[in-house]
Every structure is written in structure tokens, then in C-alpha cells.
Design a protein around this ligand. Structure first.
Ligand code: FE2
Ligand code: FE2
Length: 251
């Protein structure tokens, strides 16, 4: 799974590395978080097609799922494009999808995030409803706080194959398999411009922090980083055997 893909630099990194890694590592399923593909905020039909064209099987998202309105009809179709399942009822799209024998779920945290429904109970409910259909369950947990993602990991340990953090755009080094067999990491990190503040032009971000005035944020350019994790999951039991960071950089 690749973390948040940020703008054109992120799409470029995915195009560069996903096809190679698919062959090199004999990948069965590739997931990427697409919420920042459209110029840093949201997704468009073009940016999601770019990801599919690069060999991504399932696209997850987060708080920026609907930031570009032209994407809204998309997830109503059968495309493997999902948004956090714990948005309130009536929000467009779906919170999970089945792909290549796996159930891929998107949830969102509530600490320093939009006030969505309780992610713990929302995923409990989903597992009760459709969990019997497959042992392999991969969760993109879109969260800001390491405390909340950590709690989600331990709560679902042994009941899902992986709880993988996205949203902060900064990869963490705490990837491990929890005692009951759930692969966990606080954040995968992004695919996007290296010389940036979470993908954005540093000067733009500084202007906001130092004046507290609104100013638009541009996606940075230059060298790209590609942040992902490789999971080995036993398809018969759904237990994770390993989780390993796969990080790359390109000029
Ligand atoms: Fe993001
Ligand atoms: Fe996000």
C-alpha cells in the first residue's frame, strides 16, 4: 500500500515505482490513498485514472475525498474507489470494496479531524455485516493523531489483517505485526515532492503559519519520494506475517 499520493509529483512517483515493484515483489494487490492527487487537494476522474493506469488496484481516500466536486459521481459506480466509511449517512460513495479476495476498508479518525462517526464502532459494524466474506481485511485508517491510530490498531488486532495509517504524509518507523496478527503502522507516508511541507511549497506554508492569514498552498516540485509498505498476509487465516517499509526516491 502506498500512502497519500500528492499532486503531479506523487502521480509521477507512483508511475515510476508501482509497475517495477509489482514485478519485483510479485504483488497481488496494490492500494494507494488518492485524496491529494488533484493538485494536492481531492481527486478528479483524470487523477484516479492515472493511478489505475499505473497499476493501482484500489484507491482509498480521506477528509479530502470530495474536495473536487467532479469526482463525486465516481464512487457511486463500481470503481474500486472508496472514502472513509464513518462519514455520516447520506454522504456519497462507499467505505469499503472487495478486490482480489481482500476486503479493503477506509475509516477516518476524529482527533484533529472532521467530526465523523465513531471509527471503532463503525468498523465493528462492518466486520459483523460483511466480515464473513473474506479473511483478508486491509484497513486504511486516515488519522492525524498517533494515539488514535495506535488505539485502532490494538482494538482491531486479530480481527483484521492490517491497520495502516494515512493522512499525515509523514512515514513512521513503528511498522510491526501486533500480537494477534494485525500488521500496523502509524503512517505510511506520502508519494510526493521531497522538498516540501507535507507536499506543499515551504514558503506557502510558512506564510500561513507566520501571518495566520489564508494563502493558497501550491504543490512543491523537484525530487520525489515514494512511501509504501509491503504486507505479507496468509490468505487462509487473514493473519499478517510481516510488514516492511518500501521507500524510494527519484530525481
Ligand atoms: Fe492527505
Ligand atoms: Fe487527509
Amino acid at each position: 500500500m502506498v500512502g497519500d499520493v500528492v499532486g503531479k509529483p506523487g502521480l509521477k512517483a507512483v508511475r515510476e515505482f508501482v509497475p517495477k515493484l509489482r514485478t519485483e515483489l510479485k504483488l497481488d494487490l496494490v492500494i494507494a490513498n488518492g485524496e491529494n492527487t488533484a493538485n494536492g487537494i481531492g481527486m478528479t476522474p483524470d487523477t484516479v485514472q492515472d493511478l489505475y493506469g499505473s497499476g493501482v488496484d484500489v484507491i482509498t481516500s480521506g477528509n479530502h475525498a470530495w474536495s473536487k466536486r467532479e469526482i463525486i459521481p465516481y464512487p457511486e459506480s463500481e470503481l474500486p474507489l472508496i472514502r472513509p466509511m464513518n462519514y455520516p449517512p447520506g454522504v456519497p460513495g462507499h467505505g469499503y470494496t472487495f478486490c482480489k479476495g481482500a476486503l479493503v476498508v477506509n475509516i477516518m479518525g476524529r482527533v484533529f479531524m472532521p467530526s465523523v462517526d465513531d471509527p471503532f464502532r463503525a468498523l465493528d459494524g462492518l466486520l459483523e455485516e460483511v466480515g464473513h466474506r473474506t479473511k483478508v481485511v486491509i484497513v486504511d485508517a486516515h488519522t492525524e493523531a498517533t494515539s488514535e491510530i495506535g488505539a485502532l490498531g490494538w482494538y482491531f488486532d486479530g480481527r483484521v489483517s492490517a491497520v495502516l495509517g494515512t493522512h499525515t504524509h509523514i512515514g513512521t518507523t513503528d511498522g510491526r505485526v501486533l500480537p494477534k496478527g494485525t500488521a500496523f503502522i502509524s503512517d505510511i507516508g506520502m508519494a510526493g515532492p521531497r522538498d516540501s511541507v507535507i507536499g506543499n511549497v515551504p514558503e506557502d506554508v510558512l506564510k500561513r503559519f507566520m501571518t495566520q492569514l489564508y494563502s493558497p498552498l501550491g504543490v512543491a516540485d523537484g525530487p520525489v519520494i515514494f512511501s509504501s509498505v509491503l504486507l505479507d498476509i496468509d490468505a487462509n487465516t487473514g493473519k499478517a506475517k510481516s510488514i516492511q517499509r518500501i521507500d524510494r526516491e527519484a530525481p
